[in-house]
Design a protein around this ligand. Structure first.
Ligand SMILES: Cc1ncc(COP(=O)(O)O)c(C=O)c1O
Length: 438
């Protein structure tokens, strides 16, 4: 297949406004990283994302962008992901440059690059740059929301038992300190319908409810929640809805207006593949005055989204490298990436289901309700022991989920995962099903 100059132009356009940002924020693309994407693009041609999802020629080019340790099979990319090698190099380059004269190079030359990152991320998420704060992870973003809103003794907050433990701990601390009331709801896995999930939240609302915290996609089973419906329900009743999107951004395509949300927190070192220690917090402009920052900012910054970035001295290199990761993400394309991730998920999940009647998948295998992250269990096998056996005997990294309401093994491949790695994992699980893990 030959690359036409039009498709090349379209591809470069998809990389987006990134090239247009100021010099300090220009992504540190090594020539070979760009070459990887340029080589891969004509292989994809004009085929749909679903068609490209199963084309190993295309994905083998993408795999080369990573220095992944292939002596093990890493199926826990949900915890934190490797960053493409050129993104890491951009960050290291900036760290070295910073260290030559930090006050000049880091503060004066590199730090202003954060404005380019803000613009890039806002464009991708679909909000105004003045609504986008760059943080170090989803925990920081979410805790800014959790601790940022004035609440009185007796005010109620609805969460689910499947919200991320650190967020629940943060709410619990507010309850202990200020006497707010946290009301956790449960829901079945997988839930029978979106309407059922919305109803579970609705049932918990009382006249004292001030906040709902909902996870866009849960870290336990990978369930994608009906966020827009919950946001609408909250808005009609004057309830703030905080969205924890730690696992969602750059995992599957969506934009702010699809969710209609006022608050959103995410990590970028998971699915955007940015370096460790990167995240964002979106707060709708009209909500900024009433949401305090986690670290103090002057009153003059009350309506300035940068008040959420008043964290003291920090490396500029990490947050500036976000733009390089975003350019790589756009080079693949959000639709194409999501289609591949789901294809990898189906390759293990559907085969396990087909070949063993003892396997249960607790994640709905459809596009509306799940991405790459899925949970399975084997009837009669201890999930923690199976996870240890996969690692100790076969160097396969998975995540044990031992939760009060269910348990299983969480699998999260990424764009550099090969079908061969997935097949090896499935072979080993089927061996464990047949022979046990003693
Ligand atoms: C749903 C959810 N929220 C928040 C977090 C916290 O992310 P981080 O550790 O990057 O701050 C995670 C991490 O896995 C998560 O899964």
């Amino acid at each position: 297949m030959r690359r036409s100059s039009t498709s090349r132009r379209e591809f470069l356009t998809r990389l987006g406004g990134i090239a247009a940002v100021g010099a300090a924020a220009t992504p540190g693309f090594r020539p070979h990283a760009m070459a990887t994407l340029l080589r891969a693009e004509p292989i994809a041609g004009s085929r749909t994302a679903g068609q490209v999802a199963e084309d190993e020629l295309y994905w083998s080019e993408i795999q080369r962008a990573f220095d992944a340790d292939r002596t093990l099979i890493n199926l826990n990319n949900g915890g934190v992901s490797p960053t493409p090698s050129h993104v890491l190099e951009a960050m290291i380059r900036d760290l070295r440059f910073s260290n030559e004269a930090p006050v000049e190079h880091m503060w004066r030359v590199l730090e202003p690059g954060i404005e380019g990152v803000r613009r890039d991320l806002a464009r991708e998420f679909g909000c105004d740059p003045e609504e986008m704060a760059i943080t170090r992870n989803a925990s920081e973003s979410n805790e800014t929301m959790i601790f940022g809103l004035d609440l009185k003794r007796g005010d109620e907050v609805i969460v689910t038992t499947q919200n991320y433990p650190r967020m629940l701990t943060a709410w619990d601390q507010r309850a202990r300190r200020e006497g707010i009331v946290v009301k956790p709801i449960t829901f079945k896995v997988p839930p029978p319908s979106d309407a059922y999930v919305v109803e579970r939240f609705r049932e918990a609302i009382t006249p004292r409810t001030r906040v709902i915290e909902v996870t866009h996609i849960t870290n336990l089973t990978g369930q994608i929640m009906p966020v827009r419906e919950i946001v609408r329900m909250g808005r009609e009743r004057g309830i703030e809805v905080f969205v924890d999107g730690a696992h969602a951004f750059a995992h599957f395509p969506f934009r702010r207006d699809d969710l209609e949300c006022d608050y959103y927190g995410t990590s970028l070192h998971k699915w955007l593949l940015a370096p460790v220690g990167t995240g964002f917090l979106y707060v709708r402009q009209a909500k900024q005055r009433s949401l305090w920052p986690l670290m103090a900012a002057p009153a003059s910054m009350d309506a300035n989204v940068r008040k959420y970035e008043e964290i003291g001295t920090h490396p500029a290199a990490n947050h500036n490298a976000i733009s390089a990761a975003l350019a790589f993400h756009r080079g693949i394309g959000a639709e194409r990436k999501a289609a591949r991730l789901r294809w990898l998920r189906d390759r293990w999940a559907k085969r396990l289901l087909a070949e063993s009647d003892r396997v249960r998948v607790l994640t709905p295998l459809d596009d509306k309700h799940a991405g790459a992250l899925a949970l399975f269990r084997v009837e009669g096998l201890d999930s923690a022991k199976l996870q240890s056996w996969l690692w100790a005997k076969h160097r396969i990294v998975t995540t044990p989920i031992i939760f009060s309401e269910f348990d299983g093994i969480r699998i999260t491949p990424n764009v550099y995962t090969t079908p061969d790695e997935i097949d090896t994992f499935v072979d080993r699980v089927l061996e464990a099903v047949r022979r046990g893990v003693a």
